[in-house]
Design a protein around this ligand. Structure first.
Ligand code: ATP
Ligand code: MG
Length: 290
């Protein structure tokens, strides 16, 4: 199975019409039996590379997940990262900001959660909500304590895109690789998943009234994503649009994209150099003599 990740990358600055980006593509697995083997293969490779990343302590990787409700962010994170050593990985889910968070600029709370060198950080939602939910709901923007000249600035969204691009560039220059995923589902598939969440009592907890309110704004969200994705997809921090009507296929694509980034890093090998080896052998001799 070879997945061409470039096919799912948003070219910087090129117009995005989400209708032309598929929510389903031909599966990369031949059968439901084959899928776990393929995912397991990716998970094992991810686990090995994470160990190298951790030992290397120079790079960090930040994975950003954005999507409409029920697109499968949580389960993609759970399955794709299942082989990762929890000591080198942090997941953070961004909800409505607190009063303390609102008292700072909009990137502040995310900066506090960035992964340290050697770690993988996962943002389940992110500062991108600032040009998505905040754009779709002007009342949220009005509650953000911004000075009036910024609040009334017609270019506020463009400026926010620029802040994000600039900040991600800064992170890249300092060793953090940022990889962004938009899990793209169709409105019909979301309806099917909501119905399942209502019909199956064990899944009721996953459903909230807010999900229906946001679904009613589907068009506005689509427009907001269509502007955000090309404006903030860069060579250093690309957006991937993941066809997510088929969750299994989505996980294979996401894991392949993460592998590609990890493989691109100039990580030191886990093998020690000669000096280190001979130092260790000296210590060994002393230990044996004790
Ligand atoms: P789930 O799949 O469990 O529903 P979720 O990511 O939708 O996960 P929720 O607790 O349902 O989590 O919702 C979090 C809400 O917080 C989302 O509606 C999101 O849009 C909102 N949110 C996140 N960041 C911001 C922000 N900066 N300003 C306002 N709302 C935000
Ligand atoms: Mg939700």
């Amino acid at each position: 199975m070879k997945i061409n990740i470039d096919k799912f990358c948003v070219p910087p600055g090129k117009k995005v019409n989400l209708k032309h980006w598929p929510t389903r593509v031909k599966p990369f697995y031949d059968s439901e039996e084959e899928y776990p083997e393929l995912l397991e293969h990716h998970v094992r490779k991810l686990s090995d590379l994470q160990e190298q990343l951790y030992a290397d302590t120079r790079y960090a990787v930040l994975l950003i997940f954005q999507a409409m409700d029920a697109a499968g962010k949580d389960s993609a994170i759970k399955h794709v990262m299942s082989g990762i050593n929890p000591q080198g990985c942090e997941v953070f889910s961004f909800k409505q900001p607190s009063a303390e968070e609102l008292a700072h600029d909009f990137l502040w709370r995310a900066v506090c959660r960035l992964p340290e060198r050697g770690h993988i950080g996962i943002f389940n939602r992110s500062y991108y909500e600032e040009v998505l939910v905040v754009r779709v709901h002007p009342e949220i923007l009005r509650a953000q304590l911004l000075p009036p000249e910024d609040l009334e600035d017609k270019n506020i969204w463009k400026h926010r895109f620029q802040s994000m691009v600039d900040y991600e560039r800064h992170l890249h220059r300092n060793g953090t690789r940022v990889v962004k995923f938009f899990l793209h589902i169709s409105k019909e598939e979301q309806k099917r998943r909501f119905l399942r969440r209502i019909d199956e009592p064990a899944k009721n907890w996953k459903f909230s009234q807010a999900d229906i309110r946001e679904r009613a704004r589907w068009k506005e969200y689509t427009r907001a994503y269509e502007e955000c994705l090309p404006a903030t997809s860069t060579e250093e921090a690309p957006w991937h649009i993941i066809p997510s009507d088929d969750k299994l296929n989505a996980r294979l694509i996401i894991s392949a994209a993460i592998l590609r980034v990890l493989k691109s890093l100039k990580l030191g090998t886990l093998e020690p150099n000669q000096q280190r080896r001979s130092d260790l052998l000296k210590i060994r001799k002393m230990l044996v003599k004790e």
